[in-house]
Design a protein around this ligand. Sequence first.
Ligand SMILES: NC(=O)c1ccc[n+]([C@@H]2O[C@H](COP(=O)([O-])OP(=O)(O)OC[C@H]3O[C@@H](n4cnc5c(N)ncnc54)[C@H](O)[C@@H]3O)[C@@H](O)[C@H]2O)c1
Length: 365
Amino acid sequence: MGGKIKVALIGIGNCFAGLIQGIEYYKKNPSQQVTGIIHEKLSDYTIHDIDFVAGFDVGENKVGKSINEAIYEYPNMVNWIPKNEMPKTNAKVYESPILDGVGIWVENRVKPLKTHKTDAQLAQDAKKVIEDTGAQVIVSYLPVGSEKATQFWAEICLNTNTAFVNCIPSFIASDEAWAKRFEKNNIPVIGDDIKGQVGATIVHRTLARLCNDRGTKIEKTYQINVGGNTDFLNMKEQERLVSKRISKTESVQSQLDTRLDDDQIYVGPSDFIPFLGNTKLMFMRIEGRQWANMPYNMEVRLEVDDKANSAGIVVDAVRLAKIALDRKIGGSIIPASAYLMKHPLKQMSDPEAKIACERFVRGES
Ligand SMILES: NC(=O)c1ccc[n+]([C@@H]2O[C@H](COP(=O)([O-])OP(=O)(O)OC[C@H]3O[C@@H](n4cnc5c(N)ncnc54)[C@H](O)[C@@H]3O)[C@@H](O)[C@H]2O)c1
């Protein structure tokens, strides 16, 4: 169908700052090959068709500003394009209900707005913004552990016929009941929990599958991640991590013919090291047995900008959501979710998911 894809964003943090500054980077450097995305064109859509029409946040220094200003506000730390070189936009950041969005470790950094509005009033306001701006896709970049806030925005999608891209591990696209509601309303949902472009999950999944497919027996494995942004600071609160651990662990387990016992696999965000900023370090180890029961092991250390890692995937997720809207396909979009997300309704191997996703784009499934 083509045209612009109007997108509203929930959570104007580092991931969104990387997404919007990345698109601007390619605008400013048109001769530069677009590295960092899997598909330059998806159906009729390029990354330049993505138009951010509204944002929602709770930070007192972000609400009320234009989104192109808010992305530079503390505690965000993405500065790939100097602030004075970002074009002006009328798209504003509006108030979102806090619900369970702000954890104990980050509340003195995020500084939530002191609101006088009820959640019901904020829901009415949000619906009006979505309708007035004509947003077609809502992308959630809420902090890990925002179960209620995610459900709030999933309801807004259902009430406004807006597609949902859920980048975080609060289960909507992968939850049978929620997926059915999206299917009943014929609204697409892609999720849950972005699988970074060359992130810890895809590297661990790929190597685990390699060891599996080459006939070795994996006996134990771990994946430890550290970083220095608010995402990692927030994840110091163990109670917020339940679904993140499930999402990351199942993403690896799903690639093995025989599941590992729970005490033989550890996958998780593990600590906050302030000076790392948006750099994420991942340490992975696999131990197993080969022919004649001989032991082997491998270790990987990955160092990556975690925001570039997520944005390169979200530009595909947004365009796939719009393709589903154009074709009036609702419910959990399994090929896109299996390809781009850690915790889809149905897991596939990554090569299978890529083929399924490309068939979906060609309209063959
Ligand atoms: N590679 C990656 O970066 C990656 C991969 C997978 C998942 N994710 C997830 O994406 C999410 C966003 O990551 P980030 O680095 O941008 O985090 P961030 O902490 O920089 O940003 C979160 C934003 O959400 C806002 N917020 C808090 N409560 C809110 C509410 N109730 N309503 C609206 N906004 C609210 C905060 O003020 C902040 O601006 C995290 O859950 C992260 O785990 C990221």
